[in-house]
Each structure stands twice: as C-alpha cells, then as structure tokens.
Design a protein around this ligand. Sequence first.
Ligand code: GLP
Length: 242
Amino acid sequence: MTAAPGLRLEVLPEGQWAETVAQALLERLVANPRLRLCLPTGDTPTPVYARLAVLDRAGRPGAWAQATAVLLDEWVGLPAGDPARCDRRITQDLLDGLAPPPRFIPIEVDGDDPEAAAARHDVAATGLDLGVLGLGMNGHIGFNEPGSRPDDPTRLVRLAVSSRDAATARYGAARTPTAGITIGVARLLEAHEVWLLVTGERKASILRRALREPEGPDCPASYLLRHRRLTVFADEAAAATL
Ligand code: GLP
C-alpha cells in the first residue's frame, strides 16, 4: 500500500457515479464561478457531461458563464472538424449543452508549428483550479504516456501504440494520428485540485497499479499521488480490486 495523504477515494455504485461527479463539479462552480479547469474527452466523462447539460437546463442559468475550460489533450494531424478531434467531441458532449458555455481554450494544432502550439497551451494550463482527468488503459493521463515524468510541461508527444489502436477502434479512422499535445504532468500537479475519473471493470487493474504500487514512469497516473488534493471518483467495478 502506497502512502498517499492527499488521496480521497470516492467509490460509487455505477448508477450514481455520473450524477455524483456532475454535482461535485457544480459545487465547485458555485464556490468559484470563475473556476479555471481542464477537461478530458473520452467515454469516461461523457455521462458526466450529459448530466451537466441536464442540470444546466434545470438549475441556475449561467452557472458556467464566467468559468474557463481548458482542453486537456488533442490529436495532432486530424483536420479541424474531424469527429475524432477532442475539441469537436467536447463541444458536442458538453459545451453545446451549456447556456452559456464556459470560455473554451482548445489546443491550436492546425498551424504548422505544433511545438509552438504546445508552448502556448502550457501557458493556458498554468494556474488551474481543477484538473479533471480520465485514465488510459496503459496508465496515461491526458496523453502523458508511459515514460512521462512528473516535471513534464505541456508538450508535443508521440502516442503509445495502445492509444493509437484505441483511436482506430473508436473512430475507424483510416489515418490514425501518431502524435498529440497534452497538458503535462507538471501542470496537473500544480493545479489546486485534481480529479481522476475511472469507470468499468477493464480499468480495475490499471487503477490498482496507479494507486496501490510505488509511483513510476510505467504508469504516469501514479504520479498523481504526489498531489495534496487528489480525488479519485471510481465506480464499484473500477475499484473492485483496490
Ligand atoms: C484518451 C485520452 C485521455 C482519456 C483516456 C481514457 O486517449 N487521451 O484524455 O482520458 O484516453 O479514455 P476513455 O475515457 O475513453 O477510456
């Protein structure tokens, strides 16, 4: 068992998971309407985003009006508007459902200098109030693939084969990106608070690796245990072997 004084583990029944995370996010927005947070894409947060849109329509109008949402990561090499693009997916899954949406900061991957785009996004990712993350099957957070280090800034990265395969399986893209830009582990550890969202039996063993074994570059998510305010929102299936 790894000592992790900053870890709060919330294990929730599958049917309550998305609602609980959505309500927790709204609580943060009420406490700080100017919340600056980074948000992931992927299947894990999608039900949370759907719930947030429902709550936005039913609750206080304008809850997100002063907030800023910074995109966690993006593929490099997909054209603007491609359905696999993270900026397009988060627009569909979340931003289009909020009235008005938060200010959104995508990753500007369409120019010819991705390194410069990454450097600009590093500035956007500095001083986050909340870093919201998913967990990759290989232990990645954002596109901080195995081999990443705790002092890594936001940067251009080569994608792990498993990440590329996941993209191909999900989108059937004839052309799967080989690179991405991700907010770096260093910026995530600097955020005031970090949430790791994990659901499903298939994530159980990598979640156990991340939380219950010593930190190491084979599992970048394991570095999150350094954080003083880390909350892991796991459903019962993902937490089954903790
Ligand atoms: C993707 C993204 C991550 C995401 C993770 C898990 O490749 N780069 O930001 O959190 O993998 O995705 P999913 O929630 O679909 O399992």
